[in-house]
Design a binder for this molecule. Structure first.
Ligand code: NAD
Length: 469
């Protein structure tokens, strides 16, 4: 056991009651520290550099998917924090007359945030913003895989916060497992369903509450009425941002057979327009980032090889260069269920598709797999949209666009069962890090007429009161 983990945890436990009393001004001041840090050009340059080393990620993508997201959440939380923190008045049913009720959102205490490598800054800081907004002390464990960004996160947090409020522990599974031995009041985990199960089992030992933001296979349906060009261009963009290493990107496509050929043509054109506009080759595009490491490169190559060996056909792409962790955007047809690529989350720029003729077939395909994080529907037919919505379940759904599921801070973000437990973003994240404490106050009257010794009058009165509730 790393003695520092226990020391910092105990320090945070001691500090937590003081943090719980911070008013909205003090909490906002802490959030603005993060915001100000991210406005300094030298810090932004350091983060660009770290992400260039980790992924070859373009600066525009760093702004769009990392820094900008964190700043937007800070701005939202700062605007809303005062009303969120106010005790919330609750209705009183008639039989409870003489009482009043309200909810107080109190911080959970000391919380643990475990982040993945794919959006390492965003997925460490967005939960942290809400942990602070809710008045908690927090320990952050960024991913060891995106080591350069994790180093930046540690340096940044050390400069901004005393370790009794926010601390960072870098490292891999062994450090995470040691952290999980502590009786945290809440654990906010973002990562794979496999590790999510380990985290939930560890949380159970202390009855720590959890938010699990997991992954899985998110399908994208394109039906016969869809604007195929728009769908293909949106799918190509969302699949290739961060090189397909995005939890909510379309994992596989379900295309109506009548639009399949057009879709493939449009997808190929979109890829060329985005990443090869001057004919210099996709591998030379500064906008196309890389697979994070050799391990994930080989994992993707194995998924591809397995699919090809079982009859899949590569309609575009399929260039693999392991010295550079480069995989070109790859569209795979002739897909069958026995292929690993239809069983595992892909998490890379390889996109298999299956076709359908009747909407019922789509529902059968989706229901055979665990409930996805996001379901994408491209259609102009309200009947089809309604049918797909009612016959499936997903953490979220985006209709006639892509990626947007993580954009509106008023909407809860998260999965369902295998794709996640609990929700984040905006007030939903504030609540995840808070205990909703119910308060009932008796102002006048009494329930003494219901006290024993019991008789027929009390029995009738109780039955009557329950009918009025
Ligand atoms: P991962 O589950 O391998 O790792 C996530 C974190 O858990 C890392 O910090 C890692 O060090 C830690 N970890 C690893 N083994 C552990 C163990 N035994 N005990 C405790 N912690 C352990 O996930 P990843 O490869 O970093 O990220 C990719 C996955 O995350 C994908 O499945 C993706 O869909 C998912 N994801 C989900 C969301 C979301 O918001 N729903 C966002 C991004 C990524």
């Amino acid at each position: 056991m790393d003695p520092d983990i226990q020391r910092v945890f105990q320090l945070q436990q001691k500090r937590a009651p003081e943090l719980a009393l911070l008013d909205h001004h003090a909490r906002i001041e802490r959030l603005l520290r993060i915001d100000r840090y991210l406005k300094e050009e030298s810090h932004v340059a350091e983060l660009f550099d770290a992400m260039q080393k980790d992924f070859r990620k373009h600066e525009v993508e760093v702004i769009a998917t990392e820094i900008g997201v964190v700043q937007a959440q800070i701005s939202h939380a700062c605007k809303k924090l005062r009303p969120w923190m106010k005790p919330q008045k609750i209705k009183t049913p008639f039989p409870m007359m003489g009482t009043s009720s309200h909810i107080v959102h109190e911080p959970k205490g000391v919380v643990l945030i475990i982040a993945p490598w794919n959006y390492p800054f965003n997925l460490s800081f967005v939960p942290l913003v809400y942990a602070i907004a809710s008045g908690n002390a927090a320990i952050v464990k960024p991913s060891e895989v995106s080591a350069n960004t994790s180093f930046f996160i540690k340096k940044m947090i050390n400069e901004l916060f005393d370790e009794s409020e926010v601390a960072v522990f870098e490292g891999g599974p062994s450090i995470a497992e040691e952290l999980l031995e502590q009786p945290f009041n809440h654990i906010f985990f973002t990562g794979s369903p496999q590790v999510g199960k380990i985290v939930m089992a560890a949380a159970a030992k202390h009855l720590s509450s959890v938010t699990l933001e997991l992954g899985g296979k998110s399908p994208a349906i394109v039906d016969s009425t869809a604007n195929v060009r728009k769908a293909a261009r949106g799918i190509a963009w969302s699949k290739l941002v961060n090189n397909g290493q995005t939890c909510l990107t379309p994992d596989y496509l379900i295309l109506h057979e009548s639009i399949c050929d057009t879709f493939v043509e449009e997808f190929i054109m979109a890829v060329q327009d985005y990443y090869n506009p001057n004919g210099l080759g996709i591998e030379n595009s500064p906008d196309y980032c890389r697979i994070i490491n050799e391990h994930h490169f080989q994992r993707l190559k194995s998924l591809y090889d397995d699919a090809i060996s079982k009859g899949a056909e590569a309609l575009v792409g399929a260039q693999f260069n392991n010295s550079d962790c480069f995989i070109s955007p790859t569209l795979l047809g002739n897909i069958s269920d026995d292929m690993d690529i239809m069983k595992e989350e892909i998490f890379g720029p390889i996109l298999p598709f299956v076709t359908f003729s009747k909407p019922g077939e789509v529902v059968d395909i989706i229901r055979q797999k665990p409930k996805p994080l996001t379901l994408y529907i491209a259609s102009k037919d309200e009947g089809n949209i309604d049918y797909f919505m009612k016959e499936t379940s997903a953490g979220g759904t985006v209709i006639n666009d892509y990626m947007l599921g993580y954009s509106n801070p008023y909407l809860p973000f998260g999965g369902v069962n295998d794709s996640g437990i609990g929700k984040s973003m905006g007030v939903h994240a504030f609540k995840a890090f808070s205990n909703e404490r119910s308060v009932i106050r008796r102002n006048w009257g009494t329930l003494s007429m219901l006290y024993p010794p019991y008789n027929d009058r009390i029995r009738s009165l109780i039955q009557l009161l329950y009918r009025w509730m």
